[in-house]
Design a protein around this ligand. Structure first.
Ligand SMILES: Cc1cc2nc3c(=O)[nH]c(=O)nc-3n(C[C@H](O)[C@H](O)[C@H](O)COP(=O)(O)OP(=O)(O)OC[C@H]3O[C@@H](n4cnc5c(N)ncnc54)[C@H](O)[C@@H]3O)c2cc1C
Length: 73
């Protein structure tokens, strides 16, 4: 399957990159297809967290994340 962008790894870095690519394309009035390849059984399966969150990066990437029903809020 052809994609414009393929990102290996569905951790925070890979998912942020995928979201940012889609945002930049939308802002430019175009569309890109993005594929995230994750070796875990599902996205998030290999992410380790002690639930300590600095939300600054999330605020920059998705300013409305608190209003969208995100389970972190
Ligand atoms: C025990 C522990 C607790 C932590 N607690 C916190 C916390 O409370 N707060 C915090 O902010 N940070 C915490 N961290 C740090 C946090 O987990 C990392 O900073 C963050 O996950 C890094 O994101 P990343 O996307 O760079 O890498 P990763 O999260 O490691 O994501 C990489 C992804 O790529 C996938 N992958 C790797 N190779 C391939 C391949 N060849 N093909 C396909 N997929 C592949 C992996 O399965 C993984 O899902 C903790 C880390 C550990 C180890």
């Amino acid at each position: 399957m052809p994609y414009d962008i393929v990102i290996v790894g569905g951790g925070p870095a890979g998912l942020s990159a995928a979201i940012r690519c889609k945002q930049l394309a939308e802002a430019a009035g175009s569309e890109v297809s993005v594929c995230v390849l994750e070796k875990g059984s599902e996205i998030g399966a290999h992410i380790l967290s002690g639930a300590v969150i600095d939300p600054r990066a999330l605020d920059e990437l998705l300013p409305d994340w608190r209003e969208t029903g995100c389970s972190l809020a």
